[in-house]
Write a protein that binds this ligand. Structure first.
Ligand SMILES: Nc1ncnc2c1ncn2[C@@H]1O[C@H](COP(=O)(O)OP(=O)(O)OP(=O)(O)O)[C@@H](O)[C@H]1O
Ligand SMILES: [Mg+2]
Length: 262
């Protein structure tokens, strides 16, 4: 881990609290117009832990991730990163905090007009300006090797498969050595074998890098494979939180219905 960089990206007066969870959400509320999407979500994720967020389409999973990244603001409640509430931060400071997060969006995993190499180089070019071109190029190759995509540097995103696009997206998400990894539907739209490969990759990365990870998914198999703990969103609230086995033994009707194919 590049500790010099870690220190350099800390806001000058950051109130980092090492005893706090890496990600802490407290009583989050978010509405769009009259639609109440999240109605009081509280959860924590610690270093080295992977939390899966499950829920039906439209249940607010992507909104939840956007709140963590600071792309959406909560109507009420707080988002703390290393114990620091991001609500009060100005855009520059949120930008600094965001550099400690790697994310893979649900749609638009990659920039269409950039090659695989340029996609992964992008965060380094913007946030590690001190890196020389040759250092950057070597780092991009390392990152792509980590996700099994070396040898595809000059390809365009449209010329590689969905699973390969997700791999490259993961490499890009890891470029700044994040300690938080946020993945929105990393296996959606993939065939079962490619999905299982992505799950294995997420597990491997998590083992090596010990990040606090949140994986949003409605793929139960994927959640079971990658997550230490799961939460299931229902009508804006957490219907249940626990291990996969705990969810499976739940008596809550909605939980049983949701898990019936698992
Ligand atoms: N910027 C926005 N403006 C208005 N409504 C929004 C906005 N973002 C999300 N919503 C609404 O909030 C609800 C939750 O959306 P969200 O994208 O979080 O669902 P999701 O659980 O990720 O669903 P999916 O599994 O289909 O990805 C939806 O009804 C959506 O239309
Ligand atoms: Mg979504």
């Amino acid at each position: 881990m590049d500790t010099t960089y870690q220190i350099a990206t800390q806001p000058e007066d950051a109130k980092q609290d090492d005893s706090a969870p890496v990600v802490g959400l407290k009583d989050l509320h978010k509405s769009f117009g009259t639609q109440q999407v999240l109605k009081g979500i509280s959860l924590t994720v610690g270093g080295g832990e992977t939390l899966a967020v499950l829920g039906r389409s439209g249940s607010g999973k992507s909104v939840l991730l956007k709140l963590v990244i600071g792309l959406e603001k909560p109507d009420a409640g707080s988002v703390s990163i290393h114990g620091q509430d991001i609500a009060g931060l100005d855009l520059d400071r949120i930008g600094e905090v965001r550099k400690t997060m790697g994310f893979l969006f649900q749609h638009a995993a990659l920039y269409d007009s950039l090659t695989v190499e340029q996609n992964v180089a992008f965060p380094l070019q913007h946030h590690k300006k001190e890196m020389s071109k040759s250092e950057r190029s070597a780092r991009v190759k390392e990152l792509l090797a980590e996700v099994g995509m070396d040898g595809h540097l000059d390809k365009m995103p449209s010329d590689i498969s969905g699973g390969m696009q997700k791999r490259v997206g993961l490499a890009r998400a890891l470029a700044l050595e994040p300690d938080i990894l946020l993945l929105d539907e990393p296996t959606a739209g993939l065939d079962p074998i490619s999905a299982a490969e992505i799950d294995d990759l997420v597990l491997k990365l998590q083992k090596e890098r010990h990040m606090a990870s949140i994986v949003v998914t409605h793929d139960l198999h994927s959640a079971k494979t990658v997550a230490d703990r799961l939460v299931l969103l229902y009508q804006g609230e957490i219907a249940i939180e626990g291990t996969f086995e705990e969810l499976r033994h739940s008596d809550i009707e909605f939980v049983k219905e949701f898990l019936k194919d698992s």
